[in-house]
Design a protein around this ligand. Structure first.
Ligand code: DGP
Length: 113
């Protein structure tokens, strides 16, 4: 499958991996928007949030659990962080393999751009 994130997940192309287990993988974003900008992806190719099925509920939970563990590892749990999932054009999604953006290390603003 011609998917850049699947290739990072299977090791075909390198990623700066910060967390992994049998369900999810997390690696640093190439185009970081914060001091810590990490992408948390399911190993399963799920193109968008629209494609999550009831069977994938566990995977989404695993992604959330990974975010918590990454925050602990980076030491930002108390300071805080932001989780973002973009979906399709209006959401600003550019890579069609669902991912959580984990952003930390600076004060976030609201509303988002
Ligand atoms: P989104 O716009 O929500 O689909 O976010 C896609 C993110 O993926 C964007 O912040 C840049 C990042 N990205 C794109 N290609 C690569 C890559 O090959 N490696 C890494 N580490 N990040 C990538």
């Amino acid at each position: 499958m011609d998917c850049i994130f699947c290739k990072i997940a299977d090791g075909t192309i390198p990623g700066d991996i910060v967390f992994e287990n049998d369900k999810v993988l997390a690696f640093r974003d190439l185009n970081a928007q914060a001091p810590d900008h990490i992408l948390i992806i399911p190993r399963k190719h799920i193109p968008t949030m629209n494609d999550f099925t009831s069977e994938d509920v566990v995977i989404f939970g695993e992604m959330g659990q990974a975010a918590k563990e990454i925050a602990n590892t980076l030491g930002v749990s108390e300071q805080g962080y932001r989780i973002v999932v973009n979906c399709n054009d209006d959401g600003g999604q550019t890579v069609h393999h669902t991912h959580m953006h984990f952003l930390a290390g600076r004060q976030m603003t609201w509303p988002p751009g």
